[in-house]
Design a protein around this ligand. Structure first.
Ligand code: AMP
Ligand code: MG
Length: 500
């Protein structure tokens, strides 16, 4: 065995020493296609994320090896890996599509770290598979940068998500609305199994495979449910709860996924498949981040209902394994989890420790005021931490966000009274609020600037700069004010669509 470095007494591996357990590849053939990535010429690393490398005990220095990019783009075989594309189907914009599957992603296999945790390593943009349909199997540099940065931004915010290990680009031009440089992203998750992975076997009436998949997911990801009286019902209820918590976290962060099709819903309750996502800047509940979503099905304010719809779809897919009563209970379980978590998160954003009747209204009234002022959602919450109970008025740093100052001042009096009622301590509260109200979010124009530099000049420094700020979004860094501001008025909006 080669010598590696150690970190926190964990042996850090070379690429050759990673331990693969290809459990998904071991499932019956119907679950996947064995397929190798299709490399592109002259690959080079665009960005590498040491925080993700550490999760698989990979020595981050390995990502600076001259041949690392060749591994990433599939020109070199990862020792021990057994690459497959995964089968799934799903409901896209409410309509069932019988076969989707990994059309441009290839699962290298699952790397197990010293703690026994298993991480899927998946290459996105790895070329054609049996599931590519009309697509070219590729991803563009623009979208891999967005996925990579947003995964780390979500993780920094404490929101469950897939993680980005690295991006490589090469000499390959991909045609979208216009020709763009292609790239590949390695992303990681304990599993990439989706709601659609189950739906495909339900609609094909292949219930024996449905059961095999449920048993697989239980064994590897919900071991505490195995051996219980109703493990499949337990699985459904737990996924409903996790999904409810996830959607609540999106709402509290002011984030919209953009394409909440059931094939983009993780069975682990992770944020999965970043496409035209967006953080709201000016608060607008009707915010639609996906330019292709003409009816706003996946608008910000619809996400909680869509989560409910998607859990119902999963419950139906699992109905051959679960009692009817449990199928019906799942969406309610989701709703209960989502509403409870949302209330808890919003109280925390306001720095409230106790639960009082009327807290919901305090939150809603603030959101309505933000809406009418088109105030910056992130910056208002961060600034609210500066409110002091002895002051007659909220500080200007908060008031300046509101056009209707008097209406806001009335709200601020109610907020102050509410803080007094629970004997809030100003400094301690601000400290708490600063740990849940970020300074930095991935604003579209920030991502776009990093993308433009990368695409036009092969200058990747801005990607790493954003990665660093977003991985610790609650700590204010010196000389970064520009990263906290919405785009200047008049700057054209960045248009993001499904095409990526
Ligand atoms: P997405 O919108 O990225 O969640 O993808 C929906 C489906 O289309 C999945 O089955 C993807 O694998 C597939 N897909 C998206 N883009 C491509 C592409 N460029 N080539 C092949 N398949 C793709
Ligand atoms: Mg997808």
């Amino acid at each position: 065995m080669e010598e590696g470095v150690t970190r926190d007494n964990v042996h850090m591996n070379t690429l050759e020493n990673l331990t693969f357990h290809n459990t998904y590849a071991s499932l019956p053939e119907v679950f996947h296609q064995r397929v190798n990535p299709t490399p592109f010429p002259n690959p080079h690393v665009v960005s590498a994320n040491p925080a993700a490398a550490v999760l698989i005990d990979l020595d981050p220095k390995e990502m600076t090896r001259p041949d690392f990019a060749e591994f990433v783009c599939g020109a070199k075989h990862w020792p021990g890996s057994d690459p497959v594309a995964m089968l799934y189907s799903g409901h896209q914009f409410g309509h069932y599509v019988p076969q989707l599957g990994d059309g441009r992603a290839i699962l290298l296999g699952e790397v197990t770290n010293a703690k026994g945790e298993r991480w899927d390593l998946q290459i996105k943009g790895a070329g054609l598979t049996r599931f590519s349909r009309d697509g070219d199997g590729r991803a563009v540099l623009r979208s891999t940068i967005r996925e990579y940065l947003c995964g780390e931004a979500m993780h920094g915010l404490g929101i469950p998500t897939t993680r980005g290990l690295c991006i490589v680009a090469g000499e390959e031009i991909v045609l979208r609305e216009m020709p763009e440089p292609g790239a590949m992203l390695i992303r990681m998750a304990p599993t990439h199994v989706r709601f659609g992975s189950f739906e495909v076997f339900f609609y094909r009436r292949q219930h024996e495979y449905l059961k095999i998949l449920a048993d697989y997911v239980l064994e590897h990801h919900f071991p505490h449910l195995r051996g219980t009286e109703q493990p499949y019902a337990g699985l459904l209820q737990e996924v409903a709860t996790r999904t409810g918590h996830l959607v609540a976290q999106w709402q509290a962060a002011g984030w919209a996924h953009g394409v909440l099709n059931t094939d983009n819903m993780s069975i682990l309750g992770l944020t999965l498949d970043y496409g035209p996502f967006g953080f709201m800047e000016r608060y607008d509940p009707t915010f639609i981040c996906n330019h292709s979503d003409h009816h706003g099905r996946y608008s910000f304010q619809n996400q909680p209902d869509i989560g409910y719809w998607n859990i119902r779809a999963l419950a139906q897919a699992l109905s051959p394994l679960v009692d009817q009563a449990d199928v019906q209970a799942a969406p309610q379980r989701y709703e209960h989890a989502m509403l409870g978590k949302y209330a808890e998160l919003m109280r925390a954003k306001l720095g409230l420790l106790d639960t009082h009747a009327g807290d919901d209204k305090l939150v809603t009234d603030l959101l309505n005021l933000m809406d009418s002022s088109r105030a910056d959602y992130t910056n208002v919450f961060r600034a609210l931490g500066e409110c002091r109970q002895e002051d007659a008025m909220a500080p200007d740093s908060v008031r300046q966000h509101f056009l209707h100052r008097e209406a806001f001042d009335d709200w601020a009096v109610r907020y102050r009274d509410r803080l007094c009622a629970e004997h809030s301590h100003d400094a301690e509260r601000q400290n708490r609020m600063n740990q849940v109200n970020p300074v930095y979010i991935l604003r579209n124009h920030l991502a776009q600037r990093a993308i433009t530099l990368a695409v036009r000049e092969q200058d990747y420094a801005e990607i790493d700069r954003l990665l660093q700020l977003l991985s610790d979004p609650f700590s204010e860094q010196p000389e970064t004010e520009a990263y906290t501001l919405p785009p200047p008025p008049g700057e054209p909006q960045v248009i993001v669509s499904c095409s990526s």
